[in-house]
Design a protein around this ligand. Sequence first.
Ligand code: GLN
Ligand code: ZN
Length: 759
Amino acid sequence: MSLVTYSGFPRIGLKRELKRALESRWRGDSSAETLLDTARMLRKRHWTLAAQAGADVVPCNDFSLYDHVLDTAVLFDAIPSRYRPVFAVDELDGYFAMARGHKRDGHDLHALEMTKWFDTNYHYLVPELEAGQRFALRGNKPLADFLEARELGFQARPVLLGPVSFLLLSKTVDGSDRVALLDALLAPYIDLLGQLADAGADWVQLDEPCLVLDLDDDDRAAYRRAYAALAAARTPRRLLASYFGALGDNLALAASLPVDGLHVDLVRAPEQLDAVLDALPACLVLSAGVVDGRNIWRSRPERVLPLLRKAQARIGDERLWLAPSCSLLHVPIDLGAETALDTKRRAPMAFARQKVEELRVYADALAGLPEAHAALAAQQALLDTQAHAPGVVDAGVRNRLRTLSPQATLRRSAYPIRRTTQAETLALPPLPTTTIGSFPQTDELRKARAAHRAGKLDDAAYDNLLKAEVERVVRFQEHIGLDVLVHGEPERNDMVEYFGEQLDGYLFTQLGWVQSYGSRCVKPPVIYGDIARRAAMTVHWSSYAQSLTDKPMKGMLTGPVTMLQWSFVRDDLPRETVCRQMALALRDEVHDLEAAGIDVIQIDEPALREGLPLRRADWPVYLAWAVECFRITAGGVRDATQIHTHMCYSEFNDIIEAVAAMDADVISIETSRSRMELLDAFVRFRYPNGIGPGVYDIHSPRVPDTAEMLDLLHKALAVLQPEQLWINPDCGLKTRGWAEVELALDHMVASARQLRGEL
Ligand code: GLN
Ligand code: ZN
């Protein structure tokens, strides 16, 4: 019979127990022992839960106190020298110093850089390596986890980040070749695998997600060298795991590596099954990733069963394992905890636990159990009914999208004409100053919001409090002399949730937490149905704010791509269709803002870049619809209405054409940390529209002085036309304190005044 397994489980705990334990330890409120006890309790709970859900084999070493890439770096002693003194005193403190920096006992260490794990919203710590780097086995985490599982009665499969992906995900601080370090790294890998074999592990899983990326010949050669070396050593049987996409042009490579099993993602790339089966050497196990580890929907038996049957027919039950497409790290733990969701909304959903249960049913069906067949037929019928249920399909939305004219993406005139019109109507000074939208979210505001939600603060009192905050923000901006004002976003908890709550087609979970990094989690809202706007969402706040001042007030919206990127998106429609629906809803908001006298409207797209597909070849299609959706949102407004967009820390070199095609009148970007380097792409492209390169790093409590901002602005003026340049911070100010913000914005306005004098 086919085995049911999975390659990793969420670590944080249903009630975010790990988060609480970590933060308590970091505050010094509890001991390391307490934290490790919580971690052990969670591992046991999750193994038990998965086994009860029907898993035959559980993974181990998928758990991490902070991040599995950091675990791997520490495991192989890839510890930059600055952290070593902390490790010398306490291993766990050393580990957390790498994760979050360390300011204690005369140390002031910054953390490792963090970056996104492929195209997920999980962030990993980037190991820092250097030429001549030595590696050695440090500690015994994978072995300890294996023994811990066995003690509890589970024959677990240790999961390791594979050596080549580990190197490709690392960076060298001296610019030397990462892959050149492979041979040095293999020795401790081999040691470790030997230890696991000695301890009785019959399988080990080597995660090589980089196999779904565009690789060059050197990377491919590294794969061959690495896996040949492991094959020559004494190791458990090796399962090579690819996920997040098709193996594509790396299939021949993957299938040629001397391993005992191959895991492939058949959710993102079901079409690769035939080629995989053709390429798979005899005797190899195929771990078929058929249930989506990236999303919260039940699988469709009509899609999954044919894949499994085909694989079963070709390789038989013994060689076929059933698994989620990737680690379940990216989905919440248990739908059973969502007691507030009505059953009809809940029925098509599956969290980690339910995904393992689904796999069990598929395995039972392959084995011919009639109940399993009945269950799958029922599941398919349910999904079919759901797909047409009221609330899921909105005929008006479908019709509007179907009949949408291509004209909808157009502004009335080209940028040069709009520019002149806007200059006349807005009458801004040269080098106008503005901010990105949010002002500090004070404790008072957060408490009031919580009280309002809990029904302890009535609507009127809450509204008055927010109005008072808007007024304070407006008066402050007038006082220091900013040119384009914002209302400060005090009414928003989160830039996606705020809109999601007002749109049809969205639902919210109670405990749908997903780890973002370390102890940080997000609770992505769920798009289950067609997106429609019930009523104006922001006009109330923007017009109130505008009524307080003669300066232009900038309306503030989250763009369609960002709304999508930070939500769980329905899987019964193409993402681009959902995005177009979102764009139409936001377009109506743009028009309502315009009609209410808001002449400047910002549509934030900080997540546009992170939506890029993993393979270059897929970029143009994504960028085309992403840009189109932005243009639908902004389209049709008067020439006098100035459309802004904002994009956070992101490289622009390879997407500059798309950014230019968005054709926002003004774009603000995050540039202060890179000291304006990120402007290069715009300069090379001769980007013609307005641009505000950030001069204030809002991620740091440090307040830059006027001279520092002037220096950045001089750099910008050296390469941009003065008529293009706007002056603003890098991003919104919601995480900063008022004292810092007052000073920093004051310096910013002073730098603008001085620069105007120099023009
Ligand atoms: N308007 C948002 C703010 O200022 C933008 C946030 C973001 O880019 N992440 O908070
Ligand atoms: Zn931003």
